[in-house]
Design a protein around this ligand. Structure first.
Ligand code: ADP
Ligand code: MG
Length: 226
């Protein structure tokens, strides 16, 4: 599903140059549940953004679902994202003026799926994440956990091949975090590939495989015990 070879990412130039990734190679198979761990600044988000086609590497090769992406232009990258990838962020990234259902349906606006069908699909997904009674609520009318459920439903709306979650429980209390992790675990059990960034051991424990980063390199890649 994910084949990355020799990925490097350099930000800035001259004295202020930062090597966020140094020669990172990684492969992730379909239906794996992977946690990427490491302290702040170790390159987790940079790696995630490249794997999620939000950013391109300075050098190295990357193929997603058999398609080479490291050389794509912005238009093709965003097409790749719309078709194959679902994102979940720490701060939810919902649009404040849209209802839950409209937020979930939003990624489909850039496809040829009619609005009516898109909204039906959004409502179905909101029911699946336990928010059937909150379809018409705006983000500010919902708790953090509910907002993250909306974001998860939105991540699923294009039936992605891979779900990327960057610190999905970073803004949630521990009880809500457990609920969100149960949802991600369900998605994995339904056959989805899930790649999640976290710096918390309890959260990483939900994954099957843990990749640890430090200073832009992978220092450990291990399978978790069941
Ligand atoms: P993590 O997610 O593990 O905290 P990041 O991938 O965000 O780490 O950052 C890795 C390094 O790259 C850090 O030193 C960070 O300051 C730097 N960095 C990340 N994004 C940028 C950027 N857009 N411009 C300049 N430096 C960046
Ligand atoms: Mg980060």
């Amino acid at each position: 599903m994910i084949e990355a070879k020799g990925l490097s990412k350099v930000f800035g130039s001259g004295d202020t140059q930062v090597h966020a990734l140094r020669d990172v190679s990684l492969s992730i198979k379909e239906n794996e549940f992977v946690a990427i761990m490491g302290s702040s600044g170790s390159g987790k988000s940079t790696l995630m953004n490249i794997l999620g086609c939000l950013d391109t590497p300075s050098s190295g090769q990357y193929a997603l679902a058999g398609q080479p992406v490291s050389s794509l232009d912005d238009t093709s990258l965003s097409a790749m994202r719309n078709q194959h990838i679902g994102f979940i962020f720490q701060s939810f990234h919902l649009l404040p003026r849209l209802t839950a259902a409209e937020n979930v349906a939003l990624p489909l606006r850039y496809t040829d799926i009619p609005t009516e069908i898109a909204l039906q699909r959004a409502e179905h997904l909101l029911q699946q994440v336990g928010l059937g009674h909150r379809m018409d609520h705006k983000p500010y009318e919902m708790s953090g956990g509910q907002r993250q459920r909306v974001a998860i439903a939105r991540a699923l709306v294009n039936s992605p091949k891979v779900i990327f979650a960057d610190e999905p429980t970073g803004n949630l209390d521990s009880k809500t975090s457990v609920e969100i992790m149960q949802l991600l675990t369900n998605l994995h059990q339904q056959g989805n590939t899930v790649v999640m960034v976290t710096h918390e051991d309890e959260i990483a424990a939900y994954a099957q495989r843990v990749i640890r980063m430090r200073d832009g390199i992978i220092i450990e890649d291990s399978l978790c015990q069941a």
